[in-house]
Design a protein around this ligand. Sequence first.
Ligand code: SF4
Ligand code: SF4
Length: 508
Amino acid sequence: MISEGLHRFPGGLKLPTEKGLSNGHESLITPLPDEIILPLKQHVGHPAEPVISIGDNVYKGQVIARANGYVSLPVHASTSGKIRDIGLYAVPDALGLKAPCIKIEPDGLDSWCDIQGVGDFASMDPLTLQHVIRDAGISGMGGAAFPAHVKLKEGTQTEVNVLIINAVECEPFITCDDRLIREKPGYIVAGTRMIRHAVQARRCIIAIEEDMPEARDALLPLLDDDIELITVPTIYPQGGEKQLIRVLTGLDVPSNGLPIDIGIIMHNVATAAATYRAVHRGEPLISRYVTVTGHVPSPRNLQVLLGTPVRHCANQCGYQERSGDSIILGGAMMGTLVRNMHMPVIKSTHCILVKRVLNRAPEMPCIRCGRCSDVCPARLLPQQLYWYARSQDQDRLRKHHLFECIECGCCSYVCPSNIPLVHYYRVAKNKINQHEKSLFDAMQARQRYLTRKERLAREAELQSEKRPDTEATKTETQDKKAYIREAVKRGRTRRRKNHGHKGDVSDE
Ligand code: SF4
Ligand code: SF4
């Protein structure tokens, strides 16, 4: 039953659900693959730095790459085995790019390194608790992959009125959070309490969708007055951070702002479960639930070790790669179309969706029907953005808040002219980002040039300040030489007088 007192976000869509394909089966623990490929960057921020060498034996849970800076996370071995390579491998990326990864050959023993949880988390200092979460390599697991400790730190610097644990899985095919809650409700509730303690939130909500009744029933008996369970209607994209905040609190996150600006912090439900494992058991983030669905013989959810190849996961559901199929990492609405199944599952991989390629209806001219604006949850003007993206008018794109677009795909979904609007926005965002980066690089180069010029000018000034000293030293030296010459002359004159010599050669 939908909770009372909720608000609405603008736009959105009621999409046909495909969740029944995968959420009826218990999750399967995926067998060990032949190789584990762990990218050094599975999160927003700087890539981690390897601390192992090729040929080393590692244990499950061992740190194999350390965090490189504040917005970074360590990488842990997801099973025991031998390090076979540190090099470039395919990663989840629409362009099929490669990135630095560590390759492990599993030894089949899956032996843990020494791990230990902390005792009573409630008596811990919140900052220490945040460090435990950081050292466990936990990032947001709902798709954005932002390091969890950074959000928690924001929470200790500003008062947190509401902590929201997001269990709203609004993409029509994805059910990994649903299965996680049904199978591990205790982890979610305990992890939620730990996060709440880490940010000292006044109020705590777990938000769930109305089409997840089994998950709701699993959570309810474990809750006390400290956590509210709120059921929201199934409207896409209700799980978006800004949309869910609006629905639960009636508040809007400011444009270009963050939820903490209005005293709110949100974490995904899988992040709460990972926090429980890290704090209670000392387990780093090395596995996750993944939905494998669409045109596969046995769609279901898998418990997957990070670094497991996507192909190995699909094979567990009876799927063998077929040319012409579309492989999407993520959901049907917001997922990324990838070229093959070579890449590994990473911290943010929540769904592997296989779709048969259908002939796309041809793109037609915009008829200015306005349907795209009606469904936009970010209150944008998608049609205008489309024109500006086509004409590469970066100023107008910025003025029309292109970067507020959450790429939910609602506009493309309803467009009668079959215009792939989101594609245009993604390309435009990339171009603007590249342009800004080149401006930033040019600015930094100019700054370096000016700094050098200033340094050289300073050095030249110092030299000229020293010059009077040098002159004085020169004069002093000349005086000394003249004195010595005079003394020698006097000595010779004395000697001539004493010995009666004549015609001696003068020094001058
Ligand atoms: S929905 Fe499509 S055709 Fe209609 S205004 Fe938007 S872009 Fe144009
Ligand atoms: S993709 Fe962007 S522009 Fe289109 S509806 Fe979603 S938020 Fe609005």
